[in-house]
Write a protein that binds this ligand. Sequence first.
Ligand code: ATP
Ligand code: MG
Length: 637
Amino acid sequence: MNSHDFLRIQSGLSIQDFKTLEPILLDFNRFLTLRTFVGGYTLSQKDKTLWSNLRMNKVALGLIRRSAFLNVTRWFTYLETTCPEVQDEVKVRQNEAKTTTAQASQSASRYNMQLQDTENGVVTRFPPEPSGYLHIGHAKAAFLNDYFAHDAFKGSLILRFDDTNPKKEKQEYEDSIVEDLGLLGIKSQRITYTSDYFEQLYQLCQKLISDGNAYADDTDPEIQKKDRYNRLPSARRDRPASESLAIFKEMRDGTNVGKQHCIRARIVFDSDNGAMRDPIIYRFPRWEEDETPHPHHRTGWAWNIYPTYDFACPLVDSLEGVTHALRTTEYADRNEQYEWFLKALDMRHVYLWDFARINFIRTFLSKRKLSKVVDTGRVTGWDDPRMPTVRGILRRGLTVNTLREFMLKQGPSRNVVNMDWTTLWAMNKKSIDPVAPRHTAVEEKYIVPVTVIGGPDIPYGETRPKHPKNPAVGTKMIAFANKILFDQADATLFKEDEEITVMAWGNAFVRRITRSDEGVVTDVLIELYLEGNVAKTDKKVHWLAACGSELVKAELWDFDYLLSKDTLEKGDDLERFLNPVTATTTDALLDSNSATLSEGDTIQLERKGYFRVDKSINKGPGGKMVLFKIPTGTLKG
Ligand code: ATP
Ligand code: MG
């Protein structure tokens, strides 16, 4: 196997995505038809590498175990059973994966080295298509571009709206992207639009055609696809430039003849690299039958035809002065094509830097699916805390710093991973815990009134720190009284005469527990025993004075994953795997200090966890505050 094929299969096998894997596995399968080993007659390092890549890729492994590609399955199982040493590499890589998190903070500086030629300045660009709200995957791309442009080097960042497809793009999305980058603290020096270059791109395409580097093709799209697969030239490949130019003009004018055509680059029809087999560079938008064509959100009806991403991206990068273009690894096959366009048009060279796409379990990042849950009312909007959008996760209580640190740590990895949310939330907890003020809440339903023998007849307040270890967080007032409130969940476990600790007060004996016929605790009598040792009790309970202060009403919300399975596979019906219940709410009373909290504040409710204030007391429904629970990476959270 030559090294080009080997590298292509190797990098393809590191991507856990069916669409990428299918052609790779097909090629590999064909290659193995009459072979036992990749390198010929004996086991080689190439076998080991490909075997371990396949073994580490859940999607590929599933296909192989199901014998979807017979020769690959034969090769894979033969190596597995007769050459146990192939497993070693997998073990090493699994261990590596475990330690990457630990080393990740050092890695950021390590990958600065990977950018070439930075002495002449660094200009990066983040090129979202304004066809949806930014999600956590986009955040990775945005942070990496921002990091190279502003932290690693003193360069600049371009925010480019890649608006070459009027079908999906809207002003609303464009505005939201600008706002969300603001939320992430990412500043771009320039905002540009691919659509601003439409005239220039048109002329560059004319030049390609004139130079014999592109042609107009009216081959049926299905046949085009087959020809490309079978490495056959199009029947129109050698048509004279003058003819192609005339047709290109007809395409621009949207004539009937024009509409039959697309423009294809004339690269290498039988290249080993599929991306080089005469890709389409200009075409008409393909409206579905049930779609009414609508104008481009910026250029209106000015253009009938649009450049493809493959064509527009390298040219605009070069025209705008981008020095380093960061792209996700699924474009790696197209790097050769990217460079070809710039050479063919004699344009300034741009360095490419590939990084891995990131995915998360129990959710989906496809804009189509995200729009669907919004449109069907499964969630309240793009900023719903269950959404993997930038707005959603920040509203759920993730801090921007955590998100940034997390994404930069992923930086140089080229393995497409399906991340577990727990790592991210555990990191978040570490950042909020040292600064989150402590508050107390008791649940309103089945609230337990408590009489305290030895408690003050006249309530009084005492000043206490809001955080046990961080005085900078400030102080709060705790009210003491002889009537207090417990949570039912605590009271129901008490035994008579048991010694408990009443937090921030001291020990007490439970003297009497009154229950309703249904077994619900309706009343408790305790007797203070402040000389008791708080280290010796099993139960330490939070509480609130029932009088002497204004308790704050609040709704405590908790959320679950959108999906009931880790990863949606191709062909899975989204509807079937959406969790039926993903939000629960509990009414609670909070200490009076909570009244001053404002939207966006993060607090800890003693023994209940961390919460983000979604609505302050003035903004919430019926004067109630709204708090969202912040996952911490443990339990189901
Ligand atoms: P979608 O499939 O949801 O439309 P996309 O890749 O087409 O996603 P773009 O708006 O074109 O979305 O993406 C802008 C930038 O964000 C691109 O550079 C793209 O590579 C990057 N990006 C998108 N999704 C992810 C992801 N899951 N992980 C890392 N980077 C991503
Ligand atoms: Mg895209």
